[in-house]
Design a protein. Sequence first.
Length: 289
Amino acid sequence: MPELPEVETICRYLNTVLPGKTIQKTVLLLPRQLRHPDPASFTALTEGKTIDGCSRRGKYIRLGLSDGTELILHLRMTGSLYYTPEPQDDRYARLYFELDDGGRLMFSDLRTFGTIAAIVPGETYSVSGMETLGPEPLENDFTSAYLFGKLKRSKAPVKSFLLNQQNVAGLGNIYVDEALFLAGIHPLRHGVDLTKLDAEHLVGAIRQVLEAGIRDGGTTFRNYRNGEGGFGEHQEHLAVYHRNGEPCRRCGTVIEKIKVGGRGTHFCPHCQPLPEHDPATDDMTDHNN
């Protein structure tokens, strides 16, 4: 699933090619992925409008149009949004905009879990999930004081806590595993049991792994494509994610994989020890190696 670095990479590229281009035709190939409004209204809201720019909130892509209308897309598991300077075939295309330069802005989605919406200025309709998003982890309001305050009220495993978009916006499975490794925190430790120093280390680790992911253009295992339709490179630099059974790059201990909150979770048992007194030891039963 595209996470914050992937969505940020897409937005940064699209901001170099889309502003000033006008949508001449909207082609909605799979209307059921449109959450708001109805297809005819969506077409009327987009055709003839000039694209002002692209921004991100959490994992949501926001495309601003010249009249203040905003297109909001969530890529979910297998979605991609990319610009192509000339028409090309994409068997998984679900929506595309024909632009006045002859190019196309393509929304492609293999498993069709992605969503699309168009919001007009002053409209009270809100996209599900956006209004409850937590702070952006690369912004100044994401501090160790904020994180520690939230953790102290949570009995959930820290892995599940970080995946909750109401606590931190934009994090997903890959970068949470990587951040917990960098911070030396076991994914099953309960939020309430973490210290101020743990929170400090975790904030720094989250920022570091997200910035590295952005520098590498995102992570591609299967479906993720950047704004040009190309692949990310961060999968070559992951410390623990998708490396179960392989030696830790830091200490040589075999990377393990367990389930936390139903999500496959990778960690190094040496670099991320679970204190013997920690109640999370009771949860160490759901292994999936």
